[in-house]
Design a binder for this molecule. Structure first.
Ligand code: TXA
Ligand code: MG
Length: 323
């Protein structure tokens, strides 16, 4: 009960969150990547409610969040050496492992697949909540299906309003884009979704085991994060180089790197990947609400450190053109 890192107000909020979860309700959960829409992972009705709130197809699996790697075997029936190595190096943190599911994990979580996605988040409120709740929390990103992931409590409230009355406010997410997903359920580890923990970091961590890693380019799996239309603003969005940006216009806004070019309306994000990722979704939301008819995004450098950001931008642009 007495966690010195928590204020009295936070502690009371956590008590209310635990009570809501025990009643089978969904809550808004801050994590270091994006906010999640969380429910008791072992309560089928509660997990179904997540899907109903999001408008998400039932065959799309959700990630189970755990307080620590110690409870892995309650959700996964096999924990290969690579899982222990990656958990030891990157948990708590922005990494999700796909493992063979334990029989007691509901189909509602796995989308009927024989695997389960598991992550130990690093956010202090998420960790405190998981410790108090004592069980796994199923949590997809707290946005309606196909929309931009939320990175503040206010974003979650704007997605769900009164339908999700309890949103734990953990401030702006530090990482800002979704976790790296690595599939360890088959032979060779495979990166299914790039994130701020890079494929090269995964590969380096597994080098001692002599295990190669397959990058996301070859991935063939059922993961909605990999659908073309995802993470999308309502406004049309396209990528261009700084030199190719159209002339300034009142109908067009720009998401620039470093500085906003003179005369343009829009926003600039830091010209380095960590700061850029942290601000990306909030910037897209702001530009989406600006009334412009086109969001022009200056393409970041074609470098490994920007890979997960390129992935999200490409999908957002593809999704926006399909509205
Ligand atoms: O950073 C994150 O991962 C955030 C925070 C809230 O933890 N969560 C998140 O959840 O992004 P969601 O549901 O928006 O995306 C999870 C991705 C989906 O693409 C889903 O298909 C994939 O994980 N996934 C989950 N379980 C899987 C499984 N058993 N096999 C393959 N993919 C899986
Ligand atoms: Mg999502």
């Amino acid at each position: 009960m007495d966690d010195p890192a928590l204020t009295a107000a936070e502690s009371a909020q956590l008590d209310a969150a635990v009570a809501a979860l025990q009643r089978g309700e969904c809550i808004g959960l801050p994590t270091e990547t994006v906010y999640g829409l969380a429910a008791d992972a072992l309560n089928r009705d509660a997990v179904r409610r997540i899907f109903a709130l999001k408008g998400r197809p039932a065959d799309h699996p959700v990630i189970v969040h755990l307080p620590d790697a110690g409870s892995l075997t309650r959700y996964a029936r096999e924990v290969p050496p690579a899982a222990l190595v990656l958990a030891g190096k990157f948990w708590p943190g922005p990494l999700t492992l796909i493992l063979k599911r334990h029989p007691k994990v509901p189909d509602e979580i796995t989308g009927g697949q024989d695997t389960v996605g598991i992550r130990v988040p690093a956010h202090r409120l998420a960790r405190a909540l998981l410790q108090r709740f004592g069980r796994g929390l199923a949590a997809p990103s707290a946005n309606r299906f196909g929309r931009i992931s939320p990175t503040t409590a206010a974003h979650v409230r704007s997605e769900f309003g009164d339908q999700v009355p309890l949103v734990l406010d953990g401030g702006a997410c530090q990482v800002g884009i979704e976790s790296t997903i690595v599939d360890l359920s088959g032979g060779t580890p495979r990166v299914l979704r790039p994130g701020m923990i890079s494929s090269a970091q995964i590969e380096a961590a597994l080098a001692d085991l002599g295990t190669p890693v397959i990058g996301s380019a070859n991935a063939q799996i059922r993961a909605p994060g990999l659908l073309e239309k995802h993470y999308a603003p309502r406004t049309a969005m396209r990528l261009s180089s700084r030199a190719a940006l159209a002339a300034p216009s009142a109908h067009r806004c720009v998401l620039a790197l470093g500085t906003l070019p003179e005369g343009h309306i829009g926003l600039a994000l830091p010209n380095e990947p960590v700061g850029y990722a942290k601000g990306l979704y909030a910037a897209l939301r702001t530009l989406d609400e600006s009334g412009a008819s086109l969001i022009e995004v200056e393409s970041p450098p074609d470098e490994d450190a920007w890979r997960a950001i390129h992935d999200r931008l490409k999908r957002a642009a593809a999704g926006s053109s399909q509205h």
